[in-house]
Design a protein around this ligand. Sequence first.
Ligand code: DGL
Length: 260
Amino acid sequence: MNKKIAFFDSGIGGLTVLHRALQQFPEEQFIYYADTLHVPYGPKTADEVRGHIYDAVEAILRENVKAIVIACNTATSLSVKELRARIDIPVIGMEPAVKPAVEMNRESGKRVLVFATALTLSQAKYNELVSRVDDHNTVDSIPLPELVEWCEQLDFDEDKITDYFRMKMADLDLNMYGTVVLGCTHYPYYTAMLRKVLPAHVRIIDGSMGTVNRLQQLLGLSEQHGVWTEDQITFLSSSGKSEDLDNMKHALQYLQMSNL
Ligand code: DGL
């Protein structure tokens, strides 16, 4: 029997990555596990979140899956190394796409703005990544904690969110930026709203495509054709509440409708 591929996030953020995987691999079966008892991870301490991640991964491994995608930048930065050492199936992580962003602006000299959780931004893994690739000091970063909370409530109120983006970037001269990196998997739900407040030349990138390509490579998956359906996914959550599962399904429908 073809085993399932697991996707894991604190909440519905990782669905932005699963949505891409579904389109690319309509013949695969997936598990989506959300740690709804503990979302959001971003404002918590590293030790607390590490414990939640290990519990979630233990629950996922009971499902006998063939790979785990940590579809969460925060969880990756805290645990991917340890998980890879402990688990004997592929573990695919995500980190903010700082390297490609810096490279795409090298010639123009434009700056890079990274949005990620406070916990991701405070980790050695992120700071080492920036010092390794940002040789001209062009990277700035801002946490957007409210966005994760609103996302979990399926709050996509355009006026409120565009005002929020404007407020968060009020001190920046946006013309100096060439790329915004979405370094949290919850943020791509708001890409269209962010687009409205950024100058037209600023690119918005996230790590979902790179992650799904890495999954394909590690599992040796070949190109698949067809249309994905919700039946390919088993939704699970740490609370086990049916409202959480409904929330995940609605979020996935929103991503599908919005073409994200
Ligand atoms: N979706 C997550 C990430 O990519 C975490 C958001 C949170 O729980 O604060 O970082």
